[in-house]
Design a protein around this ligand. Structure first.
Ligand SMILES: *Cc1c(COP(=O)(O)O)cnc(C)c1O
Length: 340
């Protein structure tokens, strides 16, 4: 293919999955695939993970969850946690998704939906990104237990989301999660799956693992901002573009800001060429100019960031004051994805 592309190394993806799963030990991996698998393309990644034996997926919304279900069939559990009302709940239930629930209103709607959906009650442990407040938690558990007795839902999970920004805040959140778990037990709930951590806390701190960890970034090889790379976790994606014009003073490649290359990469990002690294000189809407190299030819490819490039997405993100996910998600959905 002779156009710019985000190239994904599925072999490297399998190795990351293996590294993450070994590190988690008996704790289950819930592979997080929101935002089209962080821009990598949902179906190829989910079917690869499925072949590797990954049995839990975190999908954010019903639409994404239904796509995962279409890709993997009936033998997996798929958790969604952004539900917006009865239609959305019906959509999720039709795809046999597990429902992350953090408000009484949604709990009532789920109970009224018909069937016996699997519910994961979410407690807010300080991040304030929905979830029951601890002050409502006892009521929420009592109501959920009542619904369970009536057979209109099953509470299979308890969970929360933490900032992973400071150990102290995370410890505090974990303390609240423990209190919430005790309250749930006292209400008669017996959820088999507790989950709290995402990539950073799950890999670094065993006590945050519980029964499942919801890991996105590290599976894609996106390291945390300002942190060193973990052993045997590497980026799986490379942003690549073809040379489309060669002049004495510059080489032009067929990728630009409209494809998701930030114009702030100018004079910042060293690009990998067949002759080593060259600096970006200008980012236009659809083309980018790079310092020339000897024997540059139309059709050669350069790597801008990622696996086969000088910088990873997070290297660029660190220089821009953002996070690696943001750099990857900026890649235009319309840009080609290739897999090998
Ligand atoms: C995105 C997300 C995750 C995954 O976070 P990573 O840092 O990418 O591992 C986990 N849980 C929730 C609720 C999320 O929204």
């Amino acid at each position: 293919m002779n156009t710019a592309r985000l190239h994904i190394d599925l072999q490297r993806f399998r190795r990351n999955l293996e590294t993450v799963r070994q590190a988690l030990g008996p704790c289950e991996l819930g592979f997080v695939v929101k935002d089209d698998a962080y821009g990598h393309g949902l179906a190829p990644l989910v079917s690869t993970a499925d072949k590797e034996g990954v049995r839990w997926y975190g999908a954010l919304d019903a639409e994404t969850g239904a796509q995962v279900r279409e890709t993997v069939g009936a033998h997996t559990r798929i958790l969604v946690w952004l539900l917006t009302g009865p239609d959305d709940i019906a959509h999720a239930m039709a795809a046999d998704l597990d429902l992350g629930i953090g408000s009484l209103e949604l709990l009532d709607e789920v109970a009224a939906a018909g069937g016996t959906p699997h519910v994961h009650l979410k407690v807010d442990t300080g991040l304030h990104r929905n979830g029951f407040l601890l002050s409502q938690w006892a009521d929420a558990c009592a109501r959920a237990a009542d619904y369970e007795r009536r057979g209109v839902l099953r509470v299979v999970g308890l969970w929360s989301h933490i900032a992973e920004a400071s150990s102290e805040k995370d410890d505090q959140a974990r303390g609240e999660f423990e209190r919430a778990s005790a309250i749930a037990r006292a209400a008669g709930l017996t959820p088999g799956i507790r989950h709290l951590a995402a990539s950073a806390a799950a890999l670094a701190r065993p006590e945050f693992r519980y029964d499942m960890a919801r890991v996105g970034a590290f599976c894609y090889g996106i390291r945390s901002a300002g942190e060193p790379a973990l052993p045997d976790i590497e980026p799986i994606a490379t942003l690549e573009a073809p040379v489309i014009a060669v002049e004495d003073t510059r080489v032009t490649v067929g990728i630009g800001a409209l494809d998701g290359l930030t114009s702030r990469a100018r004079n910042l990002l060293p690009v990998s060429t067949v002759d080593g690294q060259r600096m970006i000189r200008d980012v236009g809407e659809v083309t980018t100019d790079i310092e020339p190299w000897p024997h540059a030819r139309v059709g050669q490819f350069v790597s801008l960031w990622g696996r086969r490039a000088a910088w990873t997405a997070t290297d660029l993100a660190d220089a821009l004051g953002t996070v690696g996910e943001e750099v990857v998600l900026r890649v235009a959905p319309g840009l080609a994805r290739t897999y090998e």
